[in-house]
Ligand binder design. Structure first.
Ligand SMILES: [Mn+2]
Length: 336
């Protein structure tokens, strides 16, 4: 299988792992299956190489991904608790993110320290990010890149590594449905299945593990879907009141933005979420014909061509019409 990561990059990572002893692994805020799965698989490589490592994230592991971390080795970043560890560490591996803003306080602290940084990611970037960047937007997921790296470094593909990489690819491709689904994703997953992982068990852990509050919130949110631009744009909102009334929390909203794409004729879906501080988080999703990260950029956001996000000042009732108006440009000169 020809990979994306070049042999000299693999050799460079090999040398870094060889040379140093203490490693930290992290991923973006609100970690997802790709970030967490990639962390677990990469950590197992370091374990096989007899290295000392810690996995430190800005947020706790969501309930439905706890199976990836049965011994609860993933730590939630706390400056007072971790400053010594981070100061004495040699290398920080940053997975599934190449944006300091999405590393929050951990990122701020790291930039003050002299840690060597290595980034492995598939988000598009404009400029160099870490000391060593292994960034391929054409990869389906960071999990795909971790697979290549582990292959290149002759890791032993234990059950744990196989499950972690499968989870990363499964979740980031939306169960092999999204536009980032590529032949490599299927080839890698075929190999993981041959190695004996149980896809039904992993699917059930990730997707059949929802809280009642989330399902109730979903009903409210979906009930409020509105269509614009001849049904080519669908939008919905989540208010603080809706969260309160259903008992749902922010983490219960993950994945909701993808839903309206299932409506016939809808090209673009927007989800507006009122945050506690009054700011508004916007999720942009596209079925694959209309590029939406340009629109996200207009609101200080960014992301992939067909999945992006932004966060802007409220109130919600001002943001929604503003974004909808600017979205008109997406459909100009584009017959339905
Ligand atoms: Mn990812």
């Amino acid at each position: 299988m020809s990979g994306l990561i070049q042999p000299d990059q693999i050799a460079r990572i090999d040398r870094i792992i060889d040379k140093y002893a203490n490693f930290i692994i992290t991923t973006h805020v609100n970690p997802d299956g790709d970030g967490l799965g990639s962390e677990v698989a990469f950590a197992e490589l370091l374990r096989q190489r007899k290295k000392t490592f810690s996995i430190i994230n800005n947020n706790p592991v969501p309930e439905n991904y706890r199976f990836l971390d049965p011994n609860q080795q993933m730590e939630v970043f706390n400056k007072d608790r971790h400053i010594e560890l981070l100061t004495s560490a040699d290398v920080l591996f940053i997975l599934d993110i190449s944006d300091w803003g999405r590393l929050r306080e951990l990122g701020e602290l790291v930039r003050e320290l002299s840690l060597k940084t290595v980034c492995i990611d598939h988000h598009p970037v404009q400029e160099p990010f870490a000391d060593v960047d292994i960034i391929y937007p054409e990869a389906s997921s960071t999990g795909e890149l971790i697979y290549e790296l582990l292959k290149g470094l002759n890791a032993r593909f234990t059950q744990r590594i196989c499950e972690a990489i499968y989870t990363a690819i499964l979740t980031d491709t939306g169960s092999f449905r999204f536009t980032n689904t590529n032949p490599a994703a299927h080839r890698i997953v075929a190999e993981l299945l041959e190695a004996g992982i149980n896809p039904q068990k992993i699917y059930s852990n990730v997707y059949e593990n929802q809280s009642l509050a989330r399902v109730k919130l979903m009903a409210r949110v979906l009930g409020g879907i509105q269509l614009e631009y001849d049904g080519r744009l669908a939008w919905m909102k989540i208010t603080q009141q809706m969260l309160k009334e259903t008992g749902a929390t922010l983490k219960d909203t993950e994945g909701l933005a993808d839903f309206p794409r299932s409506i016939a004729g809808v090209e673009v879906a927007l989800l507006f979420m009122e945050l506690e501080d009054g700011k508004v988080k916007i999720s942009f999703r596209s079925k694959g014909n209309v590029v939406i990260n340009g629109l996200a950029k207009e609101f200080n956001g960014g992301g992939h061509a067909f999945a992006a996000g932004a966060s802007t000042d409220g109130p919600l009732d001002t943001v929604i019409p503003n974004v909808l108006q600017r979205a008109a440009a997406l459909f100009e000169n584009r017959p339905a």
